[in-house]
Design a binder for this molecule. Sequence first.
Ligand SMILES: *Cc1c(COP(=O)(O)O)cnc(C)c1O
Length: 370
Amino acid sequence: MLLFTPGPTPVPQNVRNSMSDETMHHRTPEFEAIFEKTRTHLFKLFKTDEVIMLASSGTGAMEAAVINLCHNTLLSINSGKFGERFGKIALAHGLNNVEIKNEWDTPATVEEVEAALTQNPKIDAIAIQISESAGGLRHSVEAIAAAAKKLNPEIMIIADGITAVGVEAIDVTNIDALLAGSQKALMLPPGLSLLGLSNAAIEKIGSGKGYYLNLASEIKKQKQNTTAYTAATTLIIGLLEVLETIEAQGGVDALYERTALRAEAVREALKALGLHIYPKNPARSMTTIDDANASEIRKLLKEVYAVNVAGGQDHLKGKIFRINQMGLIHDYEMSWVVNAVELALDTLGRRAYDGTANKIFNEITFKIGN
Ligand SMILES: *Cc1c(COP(=O)(O)O)cnc(C)c1O
């Protein structure tokens, strides 16, 4: 079965092998050397002043960022389930929450954010997804962050890059916390989350908030190549292997280029079948199609063509399907996925199969034809 959900993503064979040794003790020079090497690679990936690893799923990094960087009112951008989660986290911790809510295909605008900040001067942090995985849209985080900092240079920008870090280059000039998670673009099993932090963020964190998610404790320890509590040793060993593999395949910029090309090839192939791209500004992490036959297409993909793609949640259940584009994906697998969608449409009597999806995908991927 080909796993083509936008998280979890497939773990490459060499990465699985790297994690198969006996469990290593975390308070040892051997593990600290691995931790240090991993940090060095992470600084190149995040381009932030500090990078912290936590033993938690992605939501742990979201909660850590909110409680440590927001001390009064959080402005959360809700164009989907993950944006909604930021607001819930703020409320769970007794913080105030102002929300900009849009349909899941619609990114927030700079004007909406400026208006919210002007009306609510107590907002001291903004939380936003770079790629909102619920509908597969890309928010204009960089423009929103720049506009917000212009109105209030002290404001903290929390950017959830769980389906963006490792997918595309992110300008972190105005970002204070950049979040990532192991099971999405980083091609690992779930259980490790990461936070890139700016120096301004570190200053605001001060002595930190919370206990397990207190970022001050982690910053202090991780600068010394260890962790406040037991590290997710196996996942960090796997992460080092992932980052070394990316490096060996030309580095992060080459990965971003291949991902951008793959995203374009998939979108164009599916559009050529008459399918509709759901988000108004699609992210490169995934292609989301809204379709009346979404459930039937997913079922055929899984049962007949051995391809597992994701559906929708909440009000989009049965109305969309989402195809992953993150990671070191083989072109021959991606090509099979778009071909399988075309075969499914034929089975449903929607469109006679003529190989269009594969033709377009390969023309774009291998720059052939016109
Ligand atoms: C998956 C995801 C999360 C949540 O991560 P968990 O690992 O499920 O806790 C948060 N934000 C985005 C954009 C995601 O795709």
